[in-house]
Design a protein around this ligand. Sequence first.
Ligand SMILES: *Cc1c(COP(=O)(O)O)cnc(C)c1O
Length: 430
Amino acid sequence: MEKLRVDLRPEEIPEYWYNIQADLPEPLPPPIDPEGGRRLELLKQVIPSEPLRLETSTERYIKIPEEVRERYLQVGRPTPLIRARRLEEYLDAPVRIYLKMEGYTYTGSHKINSALAWVYYALKDGAKFVTTETGAGQWGSAVSLAAALFKVKAHVFMVRASYYAKPLRRFLMQMYGAEVHPSPSDLTEYGRRLLSERPDHPGSLGVAITEAAEYAARHGGKYVVGSVINTDIMFKTVAGLEAKKQLELIGEDPDVMIGVVGGGSNWGGAFYPFIGEELRSGKVRRRYIAVGALEVPKVTKGVYKYDDPDSGRLLPQLKMYTIGADFVPPPIYAGGLRYHGVAPSLSYLMYKGYVEGRDYDQETVFRMAQLFAQLEGYVPAPETAHVLPAIKEVADEAKRTGERKVILVSFSGHGLLDLANFADVLGFGK
Ligand SMILES: *Cc1c(COP(=O)(O)O)cnc(C)c1O
């Protein structure tokens, strides 16, 4: 039988995370504080200390604490690597497509990979609780699960519009015992100010970040970050390190890497171990593709510059591809892709020309998601589904040139809690 699925044994969960900063040809541009230190001070106060230290570390491998590894196992790691044989047949091109299936974890995406680490380090600092922001609820539910497994309270500030429009993930968070607050809320000064200006404020990720950080700072909690920053992506490399082992086990070496970019964490988590190895050897020969939503065109039309990571302008500025902290994304269903910027580390790799950007519109993406569900039997998350048109482009090109390609895809999550969104766009919701 062909190798259609590659599994690792529980004890093969990686023992170390990988830090790409060890292999970059130069240090990343540091965060800057336009307010002369106030924002950096807040960051130091609210972010767990070990992740903050690791943010600028150039150690290549960081030991994964046993308490975290054990919980990786509990929530579904190692995840399988699955060959999308029926999609290959449909595309009728000389490609082999391998999907790293992060949707096999309990909350259905890669986000638990870092949530467990963040909560672990927050508790090491003696945090009374953890706070975070969430849009559609993927990150919030991962933090809620991690908090439950470490027996600590999570306060999740959920973008108000999603709080009401997307109740299922909120229920999941509540199931895990988290307190979920619609943001803007009256729990913070910033939230109260916004609500007094506009009582029906729909909220945004930027607003929720500001609230979560302020709430942690005021009440003895720690704020945990779900993407964008170096440490978060490093925590997520557990997926890429597994995928690397899995491909080695079957003697495959990928030529093309495809993943979606919200802030960049599933992308970096899956592919930094690969691109880092190439950077170390001095030559990047593989093709790396970062996919975004056409409606939020940061990977194709973003500008590489210092910008605020949050619209409340509470956190230090980062050098990144951005379409502006005040950009108001249209209400697309791939909530995880609505963020305005790209992680500084991934931005740097894009700027150096190692990574290509692509974006696709929601309608195209959702139609391909439905096709994929019928071919492979798996419903991808709306975010994840954005890889599908990119896979098709690479396959069509391989067909034209006749060159064989092995494609590794970061398959960030499943869409079983997003069916209402698919039904709406695909027209069977009535
Ligand atoms: C959050 C999310 C993303 C985007 O976030 P990244 O930090 O870029 O990975 C992509 N896919 C899924 C399923 C998500 O939940």
